[in-house]
Write a protein that binds this ligand. Structure first.
Ligand SMILES: *[C@@H]1O[C@H](CO)[C@@H](O)[C@H](O)[C@H]1NC(C)=O
Ligand SMILES: *[C@@H]1O[C@H](CO)[C@@H](O)[C@H](O)[C@H]1NC(C)=O
Ligand SMILES: *[C@@H]1O[C@H](CO)[C@@H](O)[C@H](O)[C@H]1NC(C)=O
Length: 579
């Protein structure tokens, strides 16, 4: 609508834009919440009426809600790499090779490459104090136990507290804690036993009591060690290897006490704000929630209507609330851009008996590990910045988690790296309403290194087309998940190739229920051709990079094992001492 330039509204608009410019001249704080494996269907503000998430919902009421917010990968490590670098994970080598899709051991040598630049690094250079509290899962060491080449502190964070790896089933002890001691005693006895056996054999050989060759003795010793290592890495020792907590470079808990993690994460987040309230700061709260085994504090257990999983969601929401309260208390609400999202969709196959233990992806098909179906990649996206962003606004345009990179870099007064391709786009114009359309015309949906699908937002018509070149084969057929293998895979016998590709129009069929055909969609061939061309253009921008998830990188390397003590006797609980 056109208005006379002197009308009161125009004046107000003019004033508003002057005010905007004035207020952008300071550096806002950034508070980012990233949930783990959290489905878009589990939030009140996205339509769930039985899980209570009032604190996260508050962000939607007081800010902008994105309904088509897309993660770059459907599993943890690659999605987080893309989030922090603003680039598709294939560009940094965090894509599947040899069937590994995430970093599988803390003592592997793969991780976020040192020559990748995270937005934390740029914010740090722009004078921000940057902190990561919670999960990392992007590697640790390259060559020695303490080179920390992939550590958060070498990727732009001034402070790190949390799990360098990921929460998983093995982190939770299923036997009483008292049983922990005998475990260690066993370890000592086995070590002594093997040493003693080898020494005895050597003594026997030297005194000519036994007619054994050195070769045999060496083989026996090797066999003993191999047996020892295999014994050591089973029987609950994965917990010692992978489930640890660090403060900066120091291990504070090995193995971690999972039931204590939530309160420590909360304590650390609040004290980070307290320490840095004069700003500018960037606090990245990377939740261990709601990943299995959904360990939940007593206080929330049995309180939700959706079992342990629901309890865990409500606990996370409570933590968000406590951290937001701290912002309010310090009068930082208006000067802080707050963002909430999840690394990818909920894990449908995580079940306990008949009850789900993973998330719910609402009306969207599929979930975690599925790159093509919306349920794997469409996640919550909430932005609040009081006074700077509209309140209660809903945006249906396609956006990506990779957009956070350029958005925050620009707000901090920085520039994005010019020597590489950044796939994210600055979101501020869209969030503030100065443009109507997202800058993303195409988005590419990778499953590991395999392109499973692509979407095209046809701006003039408003259609959001999506083609699937491959889809995972569900088991049982039609169930919407891969219940035989826990995770859907990306290639080989686990997927079905489609030629012609499957085509959906998400603007009419967001659940991807009925695929279109040339009979039902006159534009069928035209759309496929247009997207095919975009895929070709996109492919031309890719250059081969060393894989971080190759077999060679992704195995347990004892010499890289972070260890609180003298390897292999790694255990400590410094939190207990501090409590
Ligand atoms: C709310 O979340 C629960 C738990 O994931 C799910 O079972 C339920 O169907 C959801 N409700 C709606 C309306 O989406
Ligand atoms: C924060 O912004 C809101 C809306 O612009 C304003 O009403 C409020 O007074 C501001 N609060 C502070 C502490 O500046
Ligand atoms: C990082 O190093 C690898 C290996 O040398 C190279 O292939 C890649 O292009 C580099 N990435 C950037 C962003 O410079």
């Amino acid at each position: 609508m056109w208005r006379h330039p002197c009308s009161p509204l125009a004046l107000v608009l003019l004033l508003n834009s002057l005010e905007l410019q004035a207020s952008v001249s300071y550096k806002p704080n950034f508070l980012i919440f990233l949930a783990d494996d959290f489905g878009i269907g589990d939030l009140g503000c996205y339509g769930n009426d039985t899980i209570r998430t009032p604190n996260i919902d508050r962000l939607a009421e007081e800010g902008v809600k994105l309904t088509q917010h897309i993660s770059a990968a459907p599993v943890c490590s690659p999605s987080r790499a893309a989030f922090l670098t603003g680039r598709y994970p294939v560009r940094s080598g965090l894509d599947e090779r040899d069937r590994f899709r995430v970093i599988s051991w803390l003592a592997g040598s793969g991780g976020l490459p040192q020559n990748e630049t995270t937005f934390a690094k740029i914010l740090q250079n722009k004078g921000y104090t940057t902190g990561l509290i919670g999960k990392w899962h992007l590697g640790m060491n390259c060559q020695t136990r303490d080179d920390f080449c992939h550590h958060p502190l070498n990727h732009g964070f001034d402070y790190f507290y949390g799990m360098p790896f990921s929460l998983m089933g093995d982190c939770q002890i299923t036997y009483p804690p008292e049983k922990d001691m005998p475990q260690r005693i066993k370890l000592w006895s086995y070590t002594l036993l093997i040493a003693l056996a080898v020494l005895t054999l050597m003594a026997a050989k030297l005194t000519h009591l036994l007619p054994l060759s050195w070769k045999t003795i060496f083989s026996l010793a090797l066999f003993g060690c191999a047996f020892f290592i295999s014994w050591f890495s089973s029987y609950g020792f994965i917990r010692y290897w992978d489930c640890i907590v660090m403060r900066n470079y120091e291990i504070t808990e090995q193995p971690m006490k999972v039931e204590r993690a939530a309160s420590l994460v909360l304590r650390e987040a609040i004290s980070f704000i307290e320490r840095n309230k004069q700003g500018p700061f960037f606090l990245f709260v990377s939740f261990l929630h709601v990943h299995t085994p959904v360990v939940t504090t007593e206080r929330f257990r049995g309180k939700s209507r959706h079992g342990l999983y629901g309890d865990n969601v409500e606990e996370m929401d409570w933590m968000v609330g406590r951290i937001l309260d701290k912002l309010d208390k310090e009068n930082l609400k208006n000067s802080t851009l707050t963002y909430f999202t999840s690394d990818h969709g909920g894990h449908l196959e995580a079940r306990e008996g008949n009850a789900p233990r993973g998330g719910w992806n609402g009306i969207y098909k599929g979930g975690k590990a599925m790159a093509g179906w919306e349920g794997g990649i469409r996640v919550p996206g909430l932005f609040r910045w009081t006074g700077m962003l509209p309140e209660g606004k809903i945006i249906h345009e396609p956006t990506s988690l990779m957009d956070i990179f350029p958005t925050l870099v620009h707000l901090a007064g920085g520039t994005v790296p010019q020597d590489r391709i950044i796939d994210g786009r600055d979101l501020m114009p869209l969030l503030q309403g100065s443009v109507q359309h997202s800058e993303h015309e195409f988005l590419f949906h990778y499953c590991g290194m395999h392109l499973h699908a692509a979407r095209w937002h046809q701006k003039d018509s408003g259609n959001v087309w999506k083609v699937h070149y491959m889809t995972p084969i569900f088991h049982p057929e039609g169930s919407g998940g891969c219940y035989n293998i826990i995770f859907c895979q990306c290639s080989g016998k686990y997927v079905r190739q489609h030629d012609p590709p499957l085509l959906f129009d998400l603007s009419r069929d967001p659940s991807e229920a009925v695929s279109l055909s040339p009979d039902t969609e006159p534009l069928f061939h035209e759309v496929l051709k247009r997207i095919g061309r975009a895929v070709e253009e996109h492919r031309r921008t890719l250059t081969p990079v060393p894989s971080q998830l190759s077999f060679g990188h992704n195995i347990w390397k004892p010499w890289l094992q972070p260890c609180c003590g003298t390897f292999p006797f790694c255990w400590c609980d410094k939190e207990k001492e501090n409590l």
